[in-house]
Design a protein around this ligand. Structure first.
Ligand SMILES: [Zn+2]
Length: 197
């Protein structure tokens, strides 16, 4: 079967367009504190997150998404801000690099309230602690273990994406079902990995 010329040309044009419009961002985990046996799992999540961020599916999902707590930006501008990767919280780093730092929540650093919130079945259902301006993403040990045990790289990557949105200056109300850009874009990243990138 021969493909009509205009069609083959349009396929070529689509391929070229896809290549040239692929803004490249990389994900770098600079420090992992207290992760112990879970370090390679965390790096694997970062690798997946990098693929997601550079994917057309992510681009389309964000650009077509509708969010609250947008800091006055359109969905297109939010996507551009993510791809620009200029952190406003924490130590920052290079633009076009998603600069991450992560640690485990500890009783010494975070106190008993957070340790209790981390307990499975707690009312708070805490996964991690929002950046709090220091740019270091903190996660409950129990949650990290659960993600690891269930090979759920997608949820860990989604957690990093959520926290990264905070580092870009976005916030959310204190409940998980919010339509905020922080929550929804964290879930977009997670779901793209779950569905297979
Ligand atoms: Zn948050």
């Amino acid at each position: 079967m021969t493909i009509p010329k205009p069609l083959s040309l349009s396929i070529l044009a689509t391929l070229l367009f896809t290549q040239s419009s692929r803004a490249q961002v990389s994900v770098k985990m600079h420090t992992l504190t207290g992760y112990e046996d879970y370090e390679s799992f965390a790096y694997a999540a970062c690798e997946k997150l990098q693929v997601v961020l550079n994917s057309t599916r992510f681009k389309n999902a964000v650009r077509q998404g509708s969010f609250t707590r947008t800091n006055g930006l359109t969905s297109q501008k939010i996507w551009e801000k993510i791809m620009n990767a200029h952190e406003v919280q924490g130590p920052g780093g290079k633009d076009s690099v998603v600069d991450l730092h992560a640690r485990i929540i500890t009783i010494e650093q975070d106190g008993t309230r957070w340790i209790n919130n981390c307990k499975p079945g707690s009312w708070a259902g805490t996964i991690g602690i929002d950046g709090r301006g220091d740019g270091v993403t903190a996660i409950c040990r129990e949650k990290l273990k659960k993600f690891y045990d269930t090979k759920d790289t997608a949820s860990l990557a989604g957690h990093y994406m959520h926290e990264y949105m905070h580092m870009l200056g976005f916030s959310h109300p204190g409940f998980r079902k919010s339509r905020s850009a922080v929550y929804k874009i964290g879930y977009i990243a997670r779901d793209i990995i779950r569905q297979g990138i």
